[in-house]
Design a binder for this molecule. Structure first.
Ligand code: ATP
Ligand code: MG
Length: 315
Protein backbone atom coordinates (compact mmCIF):
# COMPACT_ATOMS: atom_id res chain seq x y z
CA UNK A 1 0.00 0.00 0.00
CA UNK A 2 1.68 3.21 -1.19
CA UNK A 3 5.02 3.82 0.45
CA UNK A 4 4.22 2.00 3.66
CA UNK A 5 5.81 -1.33 2.91
CA UNK A 6 5.06 -2.53 6.44
CA UNK A 7 1.47 -3.27 5.42
CA UNK A 8 1.92 -6.29 3.19
CA UNK A 9 4.46 -8.01 5.43
CA UNK A 10 2.01 -8.42 8.30
CA UNK A 11 -1.01 -9.56 6.28
CA UNK A 12 -2.14 -13.08 6.91
CA UNK A 13 -4.38 -15.44 5.04
CA UNK A 14 -7.49 -15.71 7.15
CA UNK A 15 -9.69 -18.70 6.43
CA UNK A 16 -13.20 -17.57 5.44
CA UNK A 17 -12.09 -13.98 4.81
CA UNK A 18 -10.76 -12.01 1.87
CA UNK A 19 -8.47 -9.03 2.39
CA UNK A 20 -10.01 -5.86 0.92
CA UNK A 21 -8.14 -2.87 2.32
CA UNK A 22 -5.31 -1.82 4.56
CA UNK A 23 -5.09 1.55 6.24
CA UNK A 24 -2.09 2.70 8.18
CA UNK A 25 -2.97 0.55 11.18
CA UNK A 26 -5.90 -1.72 10.36
CA UNK A 27 -6.46 -4.47 7.79
CA UNK A 28 -10.03 -5.00 6.60
CA UNK A 29 -11.48 -8.30 5.41
CA UNK A 30 -14.82 -9.27 3.85
CA UNK A 31 -16.46 -12.69 4.02
CA UNK A 32 -15.15 -15.09 1.46
CA UNK A 33 -17.31 -17.97 0.26
CA UNK A 34 -14.27 -20.17 -0.17
CA UNK A 35 -12.21 -21.94 2.46
CA UNK A 36 -13.22 -24.35 5.20
CA UNK A 37 -14.92 -21.83 7.49
CA UNK A 38 -18.44 -20.49 6.91
CA UNK A 39 -18.53 -16.96 5.48
CA UNK A 40 -19.59 -14.18 7.83
CA UNK A 41 -23.03 -12.60 7.37
CA UNK A 42 -23.42 -10.22 4.41
CA UNK A 43 -22.35 -6.68 5.20
CA UNK A 44 -19.90 -7.91 7.80
CA UNK A 45 -16.26 -6.87 7.93
CA UNK A 46 -13.41 -8.11 10.01
CA UNK A 47 -11.30 -5.19 11.24
CA UNK A 48 -7.88 -6.39 12.36
CA UNK A 49 -5.69 -3.95 14.27
CA UNK A 50 -2.01 -4.54 13.56
CA UNK A 51 0.96 -3.49 15.71
CA UNK A 52 1.84 -0.85 13.10
CA UNK A 53 2.33 2.66 14.41
CA UNK A 54 2.04 5.78 12.29
CA UNK A 55 3.08 9.36 12.91
CA UNK A 56 3.04 12.34 10.59
CA UNK A 57 1.21 10.15 8.06
CA UNK A 58 4.00 7.58 7.81
CA UNK A 59 3.91 3.99 8.99
CA UNK A 60 7.01 3.50 11.13
CA UNK A 61 9.26 0.60 11.77
CA UNK A 62 9.31 -1.43 13.91
CA UNK A 63 5.75 -1.81 15.19
CA UNK A 64 4.78 -1.63 18.87
CA UNK A 65 4.43 -5.18 20.24
CA UNK A 66 0.93 -5.88 21.58
CA UNK A 67 -0.47 -2.58 20.29
CA UNK A 68 -3.14 -4.07 18.00
CA UNK A 69 -4.59 -6.14 20.81
CA UNK A 70 -4.50 -3.23 23.27
CA UNK A 71 -6.29 -0.91 20.82
CA UNK A 72 -8.96 -3.52 20.15
CA UNK A 73 -9.47 -4.29 23.86
CA UNK A 74 -9.76 -0.60 24.70
CA UNK A 75 -12.18 0.08 21.80
CA UNK A 76 -14.39 -2.85 22.81
CA UNK A 77 -14.39 -1.65 26.41
CA UNK A 78 -15.49 1.84 25.38
CA UNK A 79 -18.14 0.57 22.94
CA UNK A 80 -19.50 -1.52 25.79
CA UNK A 81 -19.33 1.34 28.33
CA UNK A 82 -21.09 3.70 25.88
CA UNK A 83 -23.56 1.01 24.92
CA UNK A 84 -26.45 3.43 24.34
CA UNK A 85 -24.49 5.09 21.50
CA UNK A 86 -25.10 3.13 18.28
CA UNK A 87 -21.83 1.49 17.14
CA UNK A 88 -20.61 -0.70 14.30
CA UNK A 89 -20.06 -3.91 16.26
CA UNK A 90 -22.05 -6.91 15.16
CA UNK A 91 -24.59 -7.58 17.90
CA UNK A 92 -22.99 -10.89 18.79
CA UNK A 93 -19.54 -9.37 19.25
CA UNK A 94 -19.48 -9.57 23.00
CA UNK A 95 -16.46 -9.17 25.22
CA UNK A 96 -18.01 -11.53 27.75
CA UNK A 97 -16.17 -14.83 27.41
CA UNK A 98 -19.04 -16.76 28.99
CA UNK A 99 -21.61 -15.81 26.39
CA UNK A 100 -21.75 -18.19 23.44
CA UNK A 101 -20.89 -15.96 20.55
CA UNK A 102 -21.10 -16.21 16.81
CA UNK A 103 -18.26 -13.71 16.66
CA UNK A 104 -15.86 -16.12 18.27
CA UNK A 105 -16.68 -18.77 15.72
CA UNK A 106 -16.09 -16.36 12.85
CA UNK A 107 -12.94 -14.63 14.06
CA UNK A 108 -9.93 -16.72 13.03
CA UNK A 109 -7.81 -17.80 16.00
CA UNK A 110 -4.74 -16.17 14.44
CA UNK A 111 -6.18 -12.69 14.98
CA UNK A 112 -8.48 -13.21 17.96
CA UNK A 113 -7.97 -10.43 20.49
CA UNK A 114 -7.01 -7.95 17.82
CA UNK A 115 -10.06 -8.25 15.57
CA UNK A 116 -13.56 -6.81 15.62
CA UNK A 117 -16.54 -8.14 13.73
CA UNK A 118 -18.38 -5.06 12.45
CA UNK A 119 -21.11 -3.96 10.07
CA UNK A 120 -19.88 -2.19 6.94
CA UNK A 121 -21.10 1.37 7.18
CA UNK A 122 -21.19 4.23 4.69
CA UNK A 123 -18.43 6.25 6.30
CA UNK A 124 -18.53 10.04 6.54
CA UNK A 125 -15.24 11.43 5.16
CA UNK A 126 -14.84 13.50 8.32
CA UNK A 127 -12.53 12.97 11.27
CA UNK A 128 -14.73 14.11 14.13
CA UNK A 129 -12.17 15.61 16.49
CA UNK A 130 -13.10 17.03 19.89
CA UNK A 131 -10.58 19.05 21.88
CA UNK A 132 -10.92 19.88 25.54
CA UNK A 133 -7.30 21.10 25.66
CA UNK A 134 -5.20 22.82 23.05
CA UNK A 135 -2.14 21.10 21.54
CA UNK A 136 -1.04 19.42 18.29
CA UNK A 137 -2.43 20.87 15.06
CA UNK A 138 -4.91 22.92 17.13
CA UNK A 139 -2.01 24.63 18.87
CA UNK A 140 -0.27 25.24 15.51
CA UNK A 141 -3.35 26.90 14.03
CA UNK A 142 -3.96 28.93 17.19
CA UNK A 143 -0.43 30.36 17.11
CA UNK A 144 -0.92 31.50 13.53
CA UNK A 145 -4.44 32.87 13.64
CA UNK A 146 -5.85 32.72 17.18
CA UNK A 147 -8.41 30.16 15.96
CA UNK A 148 -8.92 26.39 15.81
CA UNK A 149 -10.86 25.18 12.75
CA UNK A 150 -12.01 28.77 12.33
CA UNK A 151 -13.31 29.05 15.93
CA UNK A 152 -11.89 32.15 17.65
CA UNK A 153 -10.24 31.45 21.02
CA UNK A 154 -9.23 33.71 23.89
CA UNK A 155 -5.75 35.27 23.58
CA UNK A 156 -2.85 34.12 25.74
CA UNK A 157 -3.38 30.35 25.75
CA UNK A 158 -0.31 28.12 26.21
CA UNK A 159 0.35 24.72 24.65
CA UNK A 160 -1.59 22.15 26.72
CA UNK A 161 -4.05 24.61 28.30
CA UNK A 162 -7.61 23.65 29.00
CA UNK A 163 -10.11 25.27 26.62
CA UNK A 164 -13.05 27.27 28.00
CA UNK A 165 -15.28 24.46 26.67
CA UNK A 166 -14.69 21.37 24.51
CA UNK A 167 -14.70 22.18 20.79
CA UNK A 168 -15.71 20.17 17.74
CA UNK A 169 -12.71 20.66 15.43
CA UNK A 170 -13.29 18.46 12.36
CA UNK A 171 -10.77 17.39 9.74
CA UNK A 172 -11.33 16.19 6.20
CA UNK A 173 -10.27 12.55 5.91
CA UNK A 174 -7.47 12.48 3.34
CA UNK A 175 -6.60 9.59 1.02
CA UNK A 176 -3.96 7.15 2.25
CA UNK A 177 -0.60 8.94 2.33
CA UNK A 178 -2.16 12.43 2.30
CA UNK A 179 -2.43 14.69 5.30
CA UNK A 180 -5.83 15.18 6.99
CA UNK A 181 -6.84 18.80 6.84
CA UNK A 182 -8.55 20.80 9.61
CA UNK A 183 -11.78 22.31 8.30
CA UNK A 184 -14.50 24.62 9.57
CA UNK A 185 -17.95 23.44 10.60
CA UNK A 186 -19.37 25.28 7.56
CA UNK A 187 -17.18 23.09 5.36
CA UNK A 188 -18.57 19.96 7.09
CA UNK A 189 -22.05 21.23 6.27
CA UNK A 190 -21.06 21.57 2.60
CA UNK A 191 -19.65 18.04 2.55
CA UNK A 192 -22.36 16.07 4.40
CA UNK A 193 -25.34 18.44 4.63
CA UNK A 194 -26.56 20.45 7.60
CA UNK A 195 -28.57 17.71 9.27
CA UNK A 196 -25.75 15.15 9.37
CA UNK A 197 -23.15 17.81 10.21
CA UNK A 198 -25.16 18.83 13.28
CA UNK A 199 -25.70 15.21 14.26
CA UNK A 200 -21.98 14.44 13.99
CA UNK A 201 -21.07 17.46 16.09
CA UNK A 202 -23.65 16.73 18.78
CA UNK A 203 -22.70 13.05 18.99
CA UNK A 204 -18.98 13.83 19.11
CA UNK A 205 -19.32 16.41 21.86
CA UNK A 206 -21.57 14.23 23.98
CA UNK A 207 -19.36 11.13 23.72
CA UNK A 208 -16.27 13.22 24.48
CA UNK A 209 -17.96 14.71 27.51
CA UNK A 210 -18.89 11.32 28.97
CA UNK A 211 -15.49 9.83 28.23
CA UNK A 212 -13.61 12.82 29.66
CA UNK A 213 -15.54 12.55 32.94
CA UNK A 214 -14.85 8.86 33.19
CA UNK A 215 -11.17 9.44 32.41
CA UNK A 216 -11.06 12.12 35.10
CA UNK A 217 -12.31 9.64 37.66
CA UNK A 218 -9.27 7.50 36.77
CA UNK A 219 -6.82 10.40 37.20
CA UNK A 220 -6.57 10.95 33.45
CA UNK A 221 -7.15 13.93 31.22
CA UNK A 222 -8.73 13.18 27.86
CA UNK A 223 -7.12 16.13 26.07
CA UNK A 224 -8.58 15.37 22.66
CA UNK A 225 -9.94 12.51 20.61
CA UNK A 226 -11.05 11.60 17.12
CA UNK A 227 -14.21 9.71 16.20
CA UNK A 228 -15.27 8.29 12.86
CA UNK A 229 -18.96 7.78 12.15
CA UNK A 230 -20.81 5.98 9.41
CA UNK A 231 -24.40 5.39 8.39
CA UNK A 232 -25.89 1.93 8.63
CA UNK A 233 -27.11 1.27 5.07
CA UNK A 234 -29.99 -0.86 6.35
CA UNK A 235 -31.34 1.19 9.26
CA UNK A 236 -30.04 4.65 8.26
CA UNK A 237 -28.77 5.13 11.80
CA UNK A 238 -25.51 7.04 12.34
CA UNK A 239 -23.15 4.81 14.30
CA UNK A 240 -19.74 5.13 15.90
CA UNK A 241 -17.22 3.15 13.81
CA UNK A 242 -13.50 2.46 13.57
CA UNK A 243 -11.68 2.52 16.91
CA UNK A 244 -12.87 4.60 19.80
CA UNK A 245 -11.06 6.49 22.57
CA UNK A 246 -7.84 4.54 22.11
CA UNK A 247 -4.28 5.70 22.64
CA UNK A 248 -3.97 6.06 18.85
CA UNK A 249 -7.08 8.19 18.37
CA UNK A 250 -6.81 10.24 21.57
CA UNK A 251 -4.42 12.16 23.75
CA UNK A 252 -4.54 11.01 27.34
CA UNK A 253 -2.47 12.81 29.98
CA UNK A 254 -1.81 12.13 33.62
CA UNK A 255 -3.99 14.58 35.59
CA UNK A 256 -1.56 14.86 38.50
CA UNK A 257 1.36 15.68 36.19
CA UNK A 258 -0.76 18.25 34.35
CA UNK A 259 -1.72 19.97 37.59
CA UNK A 260 1.82 19.96 39.00
CA UNK A 261 3.77 20.65 35.79
CA UNK A 262 5.05 24.08 34.87
CA UNK A 263 6.31 23.38 31.33
CA UNK A 264 4.27 21.92 28.44
CA UNK A 265 6.46 18.79 28.50
CA UNK A 266 5.86 18.24 32.20
CA UNK A 267 2.13 18.88 31.90
CA UNK A 268 1.50 16.62 28.91
CA UNK A 269 2.65 13.27 30.33
CA UNK A 270 1.23 11.15 27.53
CA UNK A 271 -0.30 7.69 27.49
CA UNK A 272 -0.41 7.75 23.73
CA UNK A 273 1.68 7.94 20.64
CA UNK A 274 3.01 11.41 21.49
CA UNK A 275 6.18 9.64 22.68
CA UNK A 276 6.69 8.45 19.10
CA UNK A 277 5.76 11.82 17.56
CA UNK A 278 8.16 13.68 19.86
CA UNK A 279 11.06 11.34 19.14
CA UNK A 280 10.42 11.52 15.41
CA UNK A 281 10.11 15.31 15.41
CA UNK A 282 13.50 15.55 17.11
CA UNK A 283 15.23 12.97 14.90
CA UNK A 284 13.79 13.40 11.42
CA UNK A 285 13.46 16.35 9.06
CA UNK A 286 10.22 14.90 7.58
CA UNK A 287 11.76 14.23 4.17
CA UNK A 288 12.35 10.75 2.79
CA UNK A 289 11.84 7.59 4.84
CA UNK A 290 11.50 8.05 8.62
CA UNK A 291 14.29 6.49 10.73
CA UNK A 292 13.84 3.20 12.64
CA UNK A 293 12.41 3.73 16.09
CA UNK A 294 14.93 2.90 18.84
CA UNK A 295 14.08 -0.08 21.07
CA UNK A 296 13.78 2.22 24.07
CA UNK A 297 11.05 4.34 22.41
CA UNK A 298 9.21 1.20 21.29
CA UNK A 299 9.29 -0.29 24.79
CA UNK A 300 8.28 2.97 26.50
CA UNK A 301 5.34 3.40 24.11
CA UNK A 302 4.22 -0.21 24.62
CA UNK A 303 4.42 0.23 28.40
CA UNK A 304 2.39 3.46 28.34
CA UNK A 305 -0.29 1.85 26.12
CA UNK A 306 -0.54 -1.05 28.58
CA UNK A 307 -0.72 1.31 31.53
CA UNK A 308 -3.49 3.32 29.89
CA UNK A 309 -5.62 0.22 29.33
CA UNK A 310 -5.19 -0.72 32.99
CA UNK A 311 -6.00 2.76 34.27
CA UNK A 312 -9.05 3.27 32.05
CA UNK A 313 -10.65 -0.14 32.45
CA UNK A 314 -9.93 -0.98 36.09
CA UNK A 315 -12.66 0.14 38.42
P1 ATP B 1 -7.41 5.58 5.86
O1 ATP B 1 -8.88 5.47 6.00
O2 ATP B 1 -7.00 6.76 5.08
O3 ATP B 1 -6.78 4.31 5.41
P2 ATP B 1 -6.16 5.08 8.34
O4 ATP B 1 -4.79 4.94 7.89
O5 ATP B 1 -6.45 5.76 9.63
O6 ATP B 1 -6.92 5.92 7.30
P3 ATP B 1 -6.97 2.58 9.41
O7 ATP B 1 -7.49 3.18 10.65
O8 ATP B 1 -5.72 1.80 9.47
O9 ATP B 1 -6.90 3.68 8.28
O10 ATP B 1 -8.05 1.63 8.73
C1 ATP B 1 -9.37 1.57 9.12
C2 ATP B 1 -10.27 1.96 7.96
O11 ATP B 1 -11.52 1.31 8.12
C3 ATP B 1 -10.53 3.45 7.91
O12 ATP B 1 -10.54 3.87 6.57
C4 ATP B 1 -11.94 3.57 8.51
O13 ATP B 1 -12.63 4.70 8.04
C5 ATP B 1 -12.58 2.27 8.02
N1 ATP B 1 -13.69 1.77 8.85
C6 ATP B 1 -13.71 1.58 10.19
N2 ATP B 1 -14.89 1.07 10.60
C7 ATP B 1 -15.64 0.91 9.50
C8 ATP B 1 -16.98 0.40 9.25
N3 ATP B 1 -17.76 -0.05 10.23
N4 ATP B 1 -17.43 0.40 7.97
C9 ATP B 1 -16.64 0.85 6.94
N5 ATP B 1 -15.38 1.32 7.10
C10 ATP B 1 -14.88 1.35 8.36
MG1 MG C 1 -7.71 5.30 11.17
Amino acid sequence: VGDNGAVTSTLRDLPGWKHVYSGKVRDLYRPDGEGDRPPGPAGTMLVVASDRVSAFDHVLSPGIPGKGELLTTLSLWWFDTLSDVPNHLQPDHTIDENVPSGARDLIPGDVSGRAMLVRTLEMFPIECVVRGYITGTGWLEYQESGTVCGIALPAGLSNGDRLPEPLFTPAFKAELGEHDENITFERVVEIVGVEDAEALRALSLSVYDRAARLAESRGLILADTKFEFGRDPVTGVIALADEVLTSDSSRYWDAEAWNAGSTPTERMASFDKQIVRDWLAANWDKTGTPPELPAEIVERTAARYRELLERVTSV
